[in-house]
Structure formats: structure tokens, C-alpha cells
Design a protein around this ligand. Structure first.
Ligand SMILES: [Cu+2]
Length: 225
């Protein structure tokens, strides 16, 4: 465990140096607090995401982070199913543009242990019900989809055209997912990340992108441009 935690810390420091040294957009100095909670749990259980984007960073301060609460008390972080996403579970989302691609990371703390959860970036902010978040954000929008008719065509509902953040929790209910998509958010950007009941997102024609009930939602102000 010690070496895993150490390695993670080195990666954070390296990312901070890149941000400070190579980015003129006024990114806050590295060493910020929000990301310090996750590595212990992740490293302890070997839950490091095997995602394709280990080299892209998605570090820095979280775009959004919050402990979920039921809709009557939630502002930006909702649980619609406390049995599957317990009140107080923490969701955090990071995003880093890298030229023509974007790396997005979801970190969760305190979900059910050793369980898969599908998750995606959605078009709208969270609200009193899971439906408020609207459809999945798509870079190229499926012309066959519309209100009440989600995109299920694998040509559009796929993890290169949407931001899929499916993850599996460790024994503490903690986990993370990183996705690198081949686009940036220009005129449109997602506004939330939704955690679903299915353990993984479907990919077959007619079902692609579907992942069951919406369990939890975090409003995320993904920046455009
Ligand atoms: Cu979704």
C-alpha cells in the first residue's frame, strides 16, 4: 500500500508542476486539498482504474464535489436511491482538456462495496428527480433521439461520443473512473454526472448507452471553450 500511495502522490505533484509551469490560463497552484481523500482508499485496495487514460491527467481542483443528500435537502449532489447510493456518499468530478481531447475523472467515496456502477456525463444540471439531468451529453448529437427517446444507436451512444465513467467500487465503497474522449466542450458542454443502477453501460444496438435507473447526480459546471 505504501508504494501505491507514494506513486499516486508523485503523479499529483507532477501534474501540478505541469499545470503551474505550462499553463497560462491561471490554473490555481497545485497541492489543493480536494483530491487528497481518494488515494488512500484507492491505493489500499488496488482499485486503481485500468482506464485507457493513465497518462492524461484530469487532476487539479475538482470542478464539482459534494456529499449526496435526498432531493428535499440537496442542492448540487443528489441521491434518488439511498439504498444504493447512501446519503453522505461523496462524488467528485475533474476535467482536463488536452488539445483536441478531454480527460474526465469521477471519484466516488462511500457507495456500496464491490459493486459496479454505470455513470455518464449528462446534458442538464441535476434536479429533484433523476430525469432533470436530461440525456447523455453527446459530441455529435443523434438525430433520431429526442425528448423521451434516448439515443440507443451505437454510432452515437458510445464512449467516444459520450463521456462514460463506469466504475467498480472497492471494499470501502470507493472507486474512480477516468475517460478520455476525442473532443473538447466548445459551444456545448455537459452539466452533470449521473450514477446509474446498472453495473455497466449497455453497448448493443437498441440499448446502447442505457444503464438503468438514475441513482445519484452531481451538478458539474463543465467549462466550454
Ligand atoms: Cu447516464
Amino acid at each position: 500500500m505504501g508504494s501505491g500511495a507514494h506513486r499516486w502522490r508523485v503523479a499529483v505533484v507532477a501534474a501540478a508542476v505541469v499545470l503551474v509551469g505550462g499553463c497560462s490560463s491561471g490554473a490555481p497552484a497545485g497541492g489543493s486539498a480536494p483530491s487528497s481523500a481518494a488515494p488512500d482508499a484507492g491505493a489500499a485496495s488496488g482499485d486503481t482504474s485500468p482506464g485507457p487514460a493513465a497518462s492524461a491527467d484530469a487532476g487539479g481542483p475538482a470542478l464539482a464535489e459534494g456529499a449526496v443528500a435526498p432531493p428535499d435537502r440537496a442542492a448540487d449532489a443528489f441521491t434518488y436511491s439511498p439504498a444504493l447510493v447512501p446519503e453522505g456518499a461523496n462524488l467528485a468530478v475533474y476535467a482536463t482538456p488536452n488539445g483536441t481531447s478531454t480527460t474526465v475523472r469521477l471519484e466516488v467515496l462511500g457507495l456500496l462495496p464491490e459493486r459496479g456502477y454505470a455513470a455518464h456525463a449528462h446534458a442538464n444540471a441535476c434536479g429533484p428527480t433523476g430525469d432533470a439531468a436530461g440525456p447523455h451529453f453527446q459530441n455529435r448529437q443523434d438525430p433520431a433521439a429526442g425528448p423521451g427517446k434516448p439515443s440507443t444507436d451505437p454510432a452515437y451512444a458510445n464512449p467516444q461520443n459520450e463521456v462514460w465513467l463506469d466504475l467498480t467500487t472497492d471494499g470501502d465503497g470507493d472507486g474512480e473512473a477516468t475517460a478520455t474522449v476525442p473532443f473538447t466542450f466548445t459551444d456545448r458542454a455537459p452539466a452533470s454526472v449521473v450514477v446509474h443502477e446498472a453495473m455497466a453501460t449497455a453497448t448493443e444496438p437498441g440499448k446502447a448507452g442505457s444503464a438503468g435507473a438514475r441513482l445519484a447526480c452531481l451538478t458539474v459546471p463543465f467549462p466550454k471553450g
